[in-house]
Design a protein around this ligand. Sequence first.
Ligand code: ARG
Ligand code: ZN
Length: 852
Amino acid sequence: MKDATPAPQTIFLRDYEAPHHWVRDVALTFRLAPRTTRVISRITFVPNELNRGDLVLNGEELQLIAATVDGAIVNMEVDDTHLRIASADLPQKPFVFEAEVEISPETNTALEGLYMSNGMYCTQCEAEGFRKITYYPDRPDVMGVFTVRVESDLPVLLSNGNPVERGDGFAVWHDPWPKPAYLFALVAGELVNHPGRFTTASGRDVELNIWVRPGDEDKCAFGMEALRKSMKWDEDTYGREYDLDIFNIVAVDDFNMGAMENKGLNIFNSSCVLASKETSTDANFERIEGIIAHEYFHNWTGNRITCRDWFQLCLKEGLTVYRDQMFSGDMRSHAVKRIEEVLALRARQFREDNGPLAHPVRPESFVEINNFYTATVYEKGAEIIGMLRRLIGDEAYRKGCDLYFERHDGEAVTIEDWLKAFEDATGRDLSQFARWYSQAGTPRLKVSESFAEGRLTLTFAQSTPPTPGQPDKAPQVLPIAVGLIGPNGDEVVETRVLEMTEATQSFTFDGLGARPVASILRDFSAPVILEREMDAATRAFLLAHDTDPFQKWEMGRMLAKDTLVALILEDTPPARDYLDAIRAVLTDDSLDPAFRALVLGLPGEDDLAQTLFDAGVTPDPQKIHDARETLRGSLARHLSDALPTVFRQMETGAFVPDADGSGKRALRLSVLSLLTLLDAGKEAKALFSKADNMTEQAGALAALLAAGLGEEELAAFGQMWRHDRLVMDKWFALQVALAAPARAADVARDLSHHPDFTMKNPNRFRAVFGALPGNHAGFHHAGGAAYALLADQIIALDALNPQTAARMTGAFETWRRYDADRQAMIRAALERIRAKTGLSRDVTEMVTRILG
Ligand code: ARG
Ligand code: ZN
């Protein structure tokens, strides 16, 4: 009999200790069978002279068949999580540890370790999944050279590195680059490949493949092109080349995250690689391009140089997100991309940073590391890299990166090592800058202005609110990009980066004729909340004249927000000036359509709820929803003459998923969504039936559903796409996301009984229960039905897949914004989850932190 589950253990950064043993090389043999896979391992260990001790191997859910040291049986201690051999029983020189274990991929519903998805074997080892494959020091600072033999009758057998031997029922792969176990991968299945080639700058000819299930071959061309562009871009921009003879990507239907950068064998959620104009939207294409780049870029930032421990996760993730963002900007439009990044940062990271789950970009402790693959680690982590670059300049940034690659290739390193490379390359002291990694919370930046005798003075004050475990914050280094616009609308001072290091600090601009209007925080140069008193006229002025696209957009957004807040609090109808300003942007042909679409987009309901809360008002979700609908109606009526014209102007010819085409379609669809409020859905229905691409088909359907129409089209869509999983995910998600608030919980519940709903597929689960909290007024509808439903679903999913269940709990992180009734209902839901016996460590940690 085992004891009840022990209380989950907290791991601290400060407790880091080097391993007792290093790994030199690893030979693995897999005899694949759905419930009885044998894994035979032969590992050469080298004692760590600097930290001698027992051999400690991780291992979970393994059935140990046999284990030896240098061929002999030795004493070992084996429990649910470890295999340990006392130092006294080990040679004090390199030795060979051999083990045979049995595992059951078919019953692995957690999708971590080796598991099966639609008859194919695949792996997910980051962060700590390898311990479910065999006994091993499953920590990123232990790097070994892997040789893998896969035995199976399945036709395609893949692992990391280069293929060395292929025979009847087996394949052998060898990866010459030492790597931590989290980058191990294996795939076996009945797969077909979309082939490609790439020749590196130094002449290495690389075989490329995207492996998919038969039937999906026609959805690989776009991903292959994205991969080739990424390989070229990393050579041109960072001087980084690919380093194996082959690069494989595999699409898997059941996958917890987006994708995984395993060395030479990237594994993707099929939603993040398969693309066709019939089944994927422009947003899907853009995301796929970005994720393929992200995983490819990890080959240098993550694989060749990896993390010493999991607290350093942002070392690879923040940097790699920053790299994929720059790549996407280069491929498409930097202006549009930056606005999209800020939208996502505010919606996910600011939200996280302002609630009970706030944590530093480099956390100091965790219970389950999977809970720290967060917007803070990824997106705020990327913002830090962007600030560093802005502060030191492009050239110094490249110099620092080169030094980092040169100095640490083949190592597992820390944030300190990363920053040191930039200190050494530039001679700058980055110790204050390093606070960005250790202090949680979004800084508030207050600005006041004064003007006298041709001198403009900007005075800034920064402060960061307390976050869990961090009551007091020190000032951070803020790069504040500022430009000045003269009264006639011309730019009188071009963008200049002010470097703020104090709690309060003033900066002056001299020699000005008339008082200019300052454009502050251009390009969103620091991830802060800017607090600035500004009247509507000044905002409209910058919306019309700012040369910085981000600030231009920001002014439109702030006008929209003020308009909505006035509607919510005082029922004030939208001001004519605001409506006219939007009309001016909508009809300005000199502006990029994608940009115009972004200006037309209104702040989301969750964003408004936070805005009200920050202003000391308890948000009423239904009121917020109604106000937003009212404003949509006002915009539609005010723009009624312009909408049909722009709708027609934005028609695209043959579908090309590039910046130009997608920008036009984005504007066309935002226009359509307003038009639908005026024409009873006539245009939307017409577009729905004649669209030859998913962007317009789904866009038209969304416009109809948002207007309370489209029952028939929804049914037709479901009928038409019933054999396509990824499109059906959209069908599930759209109806939940756009359900009327009073119906959202019912719609989600009914869909959870649909024959095509399954908890075993994370994409399908997220389509319904990720979309539910996305419907803000629906999720928070009076009575709390949605809270209770989500809690039930999280409890049920936890038994199968703790990682994805834990992720879903984030829906509750904002609970303290709302009124006492809603807080009580959410608390009850969270406590009900926490009280469940056998609850995973993953969900336990999340719920405990959220309850605070
Ligand atoms: N390293 C992967 C990426 O950023 C994410 C893997 C996360 N997996 C996990 N189980 N938490 O592309
Ligand atoms: Zn990543």
